[in-house]
Design a protein around this ligand. Sequence first.
Ligand code: GLY
Length: 257
Amino acid sequence: MLIAVTRGVSPAIADCELTHLERTPIDVRTAREQHANYEAVLAGLGCRIERLSAEPDLPDSVFVEDVAVVLNEVAVITRPGAESRRGERSSIERTLQPYRPLAHISAPGTLDGGDVLVAGRDIHIGITSRSDTAAIDQFRSIVDDHGYRVHGTTVQGCLHLKSAVTAVDDDTLVLNPEWVDADDLGDRRCIAVDPSEPEAANVVRVGSTVLVAAAFPRTAERISDAGFDVRAVEASELAKAEGALTCCSLLFEASAQ
Ligand code: GLY
């Protein structure tokens, strides 16, 4: 059984952190509708949704991905790079406790889950304004005994590594070559985003289905042409808060295999 941990959209989402985007008005009702649809799509694909309540004092808290990295062997609770997001951790920690042993990134290291790309036994971690080499060293110590190879990866032009690249299977990546160098990501098949859709690399893999934001039909076609079953999901309102599809869930098997 696949679990999807999500959290309702905060009424304060308009006060979210922004790094690369201009602030524009966010309609909370539309954001909530799109988020509910995202959850419904995940449920329709067989996920059991564990939805945490919206947090009025934590504007970015719908983006649960940044607060933990759930592997089969361990869940790593991060120390988000934005101080305003560190209060998101306790509820996520309580939610993950029944499923995995927990480990923690501690000060002075900072890490956002959006910077952590797992592809088979390789874990690439973006070195960004949110995630630093001290946290990467801690992460490596936590997962080393489980046989993972951890690589620090340079990113430019976007918030997180997973703004630039995500995996559609263990050997296939979708990426924006302007933001991350494919040569840094091992010997994997790469599907480049359509150049007119620079933000399209953030896709969610659920079994054999790949969710792509509805704003990116050209990249969706490229992924479909590569043999994947693609599903478009509307996420335009949450995108104004500099959050993408992977940001809105923590997806993992209930029992580690
Ligand atoms: N607004 C998403 C983030 O900056 O973490």
